[in-house]
Design a protein around this ligand. Structure first.
Ligand SMILES: [Mn+2]
Length: 317
C-alpha cells in the first residue's frame, strides 16, 4: 500500500549490518513503541545485525523496553531510521550527516524531503500502525512482544480509538495483532493507563483553573510550582492534553508548560473540529490538523500564539 516505498525500506534494512533507530525528543508511547518494535523485529529476522534504539529513556514508559548504547560502529557506514518525527531538529540522539543512509517513517505532515527515503502516511493514526501495515503487507515474521508494542502505540496515539485518525484500517490492524498474537488487553491497558493519584489530582487542578474564552478556546499556563505541588513533571502535563477532549464548551484548547531543562515553553494544542496546525506553524510549531504543538522561548510568544488560536476559534464560529 505504500507505492513500493516499504519494499525499498526493507531492501535497505537487509543491506546494512548496523542500524540505528531514533525518534522524537520528549517521546510518547507511539514513538518508543514503534522504535523498540522495529528494533526487535529486525533483530528477530536478522540475528547477525547490530540494531540500536537511541534517545533518552523515559522511566514511565520502561514497560515498552529500554534504550541502547551504541557500540563502536562506523556510523558513516550505517543506516539511520527516524520514526514518528517529521524533522531532524526534533530527533533525539542522532543527526543526519553522521550516517550513510537515512529513512523516515512517520504520520506527521511534512512538506519537504527529509531523508533518503521518506515514508509518510498522514492517514495512519500512529507510526505503530504504519509499521504494522508494512509487517502484514510483506508477511514479515514478528515476535509476540513486538506485536504487543505495536498495539500499544496504536491504542495510545489514537487515544483509545477516539481520535479522528482512527479508520477501518486501524481496527483491522488492531484486530489482526490481537488475534494473531493472542495479546492480553488487561496487561496492555494497565501499563498504559494506571497512574498515581497525584496525576489525577493534577488533572483536576487543570480543569479547575482552565480559562475559557467566549470563542470556545481554553488554555492554562502551567508553572514549575504547579508541577512541584502535584509531584508531576512537564512531560506528564503535556501528555494530559488529550484528557480534555469531549468537553462541550471547548472547541480548541492549549497547555503551556515551562520546561526547566530546555528553558522553553512547551505548548500542546488540541482541537475538536478547527484546523490549528497552520496557526502553530506560524508560531514555531506544527503537527496534525487537530493536534499540534510548539516550542517557544518567551511568555510573550506564548500569549501571541494563544491569541491567534482564540482568533481562529472566533473566525470559525
Ligand atoms: Mn505518533
Amino acid at each position: 500500500m505504500y507505492n513500493n516505498l516499504d519494499k525499498q525500506i526493507l531492501k535497505k534494512i537487509k543491506e546494512y549490518k548496523n542500524i540505528v533507530i531514533a525518534r522524537h525528543v520528549g517521546p510518547d508511547p507511539d514513538a518508543i513503541a514503534s522504535q523498540i518494535a522495529l528494533r526487535d523485529i529486525i533483530r528477530f529476522n536478522y540475528e547477525d545485525k547490530n540494531v540500536y534504539a537511541v534517545g533518552i529513556g523515559v522511566s514511565k514508559f520502561k514497560f515498552l523496553g529500554t534504550m541502547d548504547k551504541i557500540d563502536d560502529i562506523k556510523k558513516e557506514e550505517s543506516l539511520l531510521i527516524i520514526l514518528d518525527v517529521p524533522e531532524f531538529n526534533r530527533v533525539d540522539g542522532a543527526s543526519k550527516d553522521e550516517y550513510a543512509y537515512t529513512i523516515k517513517i512517520d504520520h506527521h505532515p511534512c512538506d519537504h524531503p527529509e531523508c533518503d527515503i521518506d515514508l509518510i502516511d498522514e492517514s495512519a493514526c500512529s507510526t505503530c500502525q504504519i509499521i504494522s501495515s508494512i509487517v502484514f503487507d510483506n508477511n514479515i515474521m514478528i515476535d509476540k512482544a513486538s506485536a504487543e508494542k505495536l498495539f500499544t502505540g496504536i491504542v495510545s496515539d489514537s487515544d483509545r480509538f477516539l481520535l479522528s485518525y482512527t479508520t477501518p484500517l486501524t481496527f483491522n490492524i488492531a484486530s489482526k495483532l490481537l488475534n494473531d498474537y493472542n495479546l492480553d488487553l488487561s496487561v496492555i491497558y494497565n501499563n498504559l493507563y494506571s497512574r498515581p493519584l497525584s496525576e489525577r489530582k493534577f488533572e483536576s487542578f487543570i480543569i479547575n483553573n482552565l480559562t475559557i474564552t467566549e470563542n470556545g478556546f481554553g488554555y492554562i499556563k502551567l508553572t514549575n510550582e504547579d508541577y512541584k505541588k502535584y509531584d508531576v513533571d512537564a512531560n506528564t502535563a503535556s501528555n494530559m492534553v488529550n484528557d480534555l477532549n469531549h468537553i462541550k464548551e471547548l472547541r480548541c484548547w492549549a497547555f503551556s508548560s515551562y520546561d526547566e531543562k530546555s528553558k522553553m515553553f512547551r505548548i500542546n494544542i488540541r482541537s475538536r473540529d478547527i484546523v490549528i496546525n497552520d496557526v502553530a506553524q506560524l508560531h514555531n510549531g506544527g503537527g496534525h490538523k487537530f493536534a499540534s504543538g510548539a516550542r517557544l522561548s518567551t511568555q510573550e510568544e506564548v500569549d501571541a500564539l494563544f491569541k491567534a488560536l482564540d482568533e481562529r476559534c472566533k473566525e470559525s464560529k
